[in-house]
Design a protein around this ligand. Structure first.
Ligand code: GDP
Length: 445
């Protein structure tokens, strides 16, 4: 199912002059900020929104005036403690109640890293958002309510479901914020007990122990979020606060030496200086002004005439960064969200069928479905259920070919698409049918 023909392309003279930099050397010299994307997961009411609101507030992304406005508004509605959570809530429900949220709240920077929170946990339709977020996440932050009884009910609830979901999407690293330690008087025993149970569960789900980090904290007051806890009862914890742990979670591998890959998030047309630009995350490789690129699946070549990294002009960019590319020599009609920009000599292949390992959320049979990968949506169908797999190890469960995959099970399936789509091994995909997510997982080949 592979489409050939890339060699037919002739690259026009685009008159873009580059400097022919050694980008990897520039990168090593400059020590740029890392970029890291993460999702926030955990049981409802674990304190996810409050904790993220506190993080943004203490990093001064939200100014005190804005928070004050939220606080007044939430007190007026008799929900004083919700002010911090509202920092993240950008849902219409909140807007309808007369609260205006006028800052982009999902990005923040520390000295070392520029972070993107891939979903706002306050949203009502959280699961679909989270799945989409997980498909782009470098790591997950799992928030646990340490309160007596709450941890236990969370573990039966969404905590496990979310953890398995991000695992099935290929997320490898989890930072576990054991939250609301104030409600258990900063009990070290409680922290240890919860940490052990979570570690046992996550390792059984296939996470490596070395990719787990635990921090005791209080999102409501900010203890061990950006600053160390000042409660004397917390003095037993000598590790770093949450933000430092997030900073050390840089992308597991920076795929600098691999061929260029950028999945297009958005296409911008009609700018005066830059008539055609695209935004997205540089997943692999490096680029500089003057480079020739290839857009797939259109197989059209163009040239890079400008680059922005974190909204600043730059001569070059490397894997892991969120960027905007200004393009020349290519017609806008060849570009859309979900396309892949790649190196002309090592383009991504377009496929019409592929195998995938998916976690089922609904019953899966051979059926029509939509394949989502980031902004890419393509109609297709599941044509074969190849095997049922062990949830944790991914090993094949012996026996007859399954005729039905039950929700919560993991299976290898064969998927076909109507039109070729750019896809390669390890790509994170979501399968949807009738408006619901039926499964999510990784492309095998
Ligand atoms: P989410 O559903 O996980 O986003 O949870 P929220 O952030 O909405 O918080 C749920 C409830 O827990 C709210 O009433 C918060 O005020 C409260 N809460 C959040 N963090 C803490 C904390 O660290 N300590 C205490 N005592 N309460 C908290």
């Amino acid at each position: 199912g592979i489409v050939q023909g890339v060699s037919e392309i002739t690259i026009e003279d685009t008159k873009v002059k580059g400097k022919n930099l050694d980008v990897l050397a520039e990168f090593k010299k400059s020590k740029p900020r890392n970029a890291a994307n993460f999702v926030v997961i955990g049981h409802v009411d674990a304190g996810k929104s409050t904790l993220m609101g506190r993080l943004l507030y203490d990093l001064k992304v939200v100014d005190p005036k804005t928070l004050d406005r939220y606080r007044k508004e939430s007190e007026r509605l008799g929900k004083g403690s919700f002010a911090l959570a509202w920092v993240l809530d950008q849902g219409t429900e909140e807007r309808n109640r007369g609260i205006t949220i006028d800052i982009a709240m999902n990005k923040f920077e520390t000295e070392k890293t520029s972070f993107t929170i891939l979903d706002a946990p306050g949203h009502r339709d959280f699961i679909p958002n989270m799945i989409a977020g997980a498909s782009q996440a470098d790591f997950a932050v799992l928030v646990i309510d340490a309160g007596t009884g709450n941890f236990e009910s969370g573990l039966k609830g969404q905590t496990k479901e979310h953890a398995l979901l991000v695992r099935s999407m290929g997320v490898q690293r989890v930072v576990i914020a054991i939250n609301k330690l104030d409600t258990v008087q900063w009990s070290q025993d409680r922290f240890d007990e919860i940490s052990q149970q979570i570690a046992a569960f996550l390792t059984s789900a296939g996470f490596l122990a070395k990719n787990l980090a635990f921090v005791p904290c209080v999102g409501l007051t900010g203890d061990n979020i950006v600053r160390k806890a000042d409660d004397p009862k917390a003095s037993w914890y000598t590790g770093p606060p949450l933000v430092s742990i997030l900073e050390s979670s840089e992308p597991v591998t920076r795929a600098l030496e691999k061929p260029l890959r950028l999945t297009v998030d958005d296409v911008f047309r009609g700018g005066v200086q830059n008539p055609l630009s695209v935004s997205g995350r540089l997943e692999a490789g490096s680029i500089q002004i003057g480079d020739t690129i290839l857009v797939m699946p259109a197989k059209e070549a163009g040239a890079i005439k400008g680059i922005e990294v974190d909204s600043e002009p730059s001569e070059w960019a490397v894997a892991g960064q969120n960027i905007i590319l200004h393009l020349a020599g290519i017609d806008a009609k060849y570009l859309k969200s979900g396309d892949v920009i790649c190196a002309p000599l090592a383009p991504i292949q377009c496929v019409t069928s592929f195998k995938a390992k998916v976690l089922a959320f609904e019953h899966i049979t051979p059926m029509h479905c939509e394949i989502h990968k980031g902004r890419l949506h393509a109609p297709g169908r599941i044509t074969q259920l190849i095997a049922q797999l062990d949830k944790a190890s991914g090993a094949m469960i012996k026996g007859k070919k399954p005729r039905l995959i039950k929700p919560g099970s993991v299976a290898r399936v064969l998927v076909e698409v109507d039109n070729p789509i750019p896809l390669e091994q390890g790509g994170r995909i979501i399968l949807r049918a009738g408006g619901v997510t039926i499964g999510a997982g990784l492309v095998e080949r």
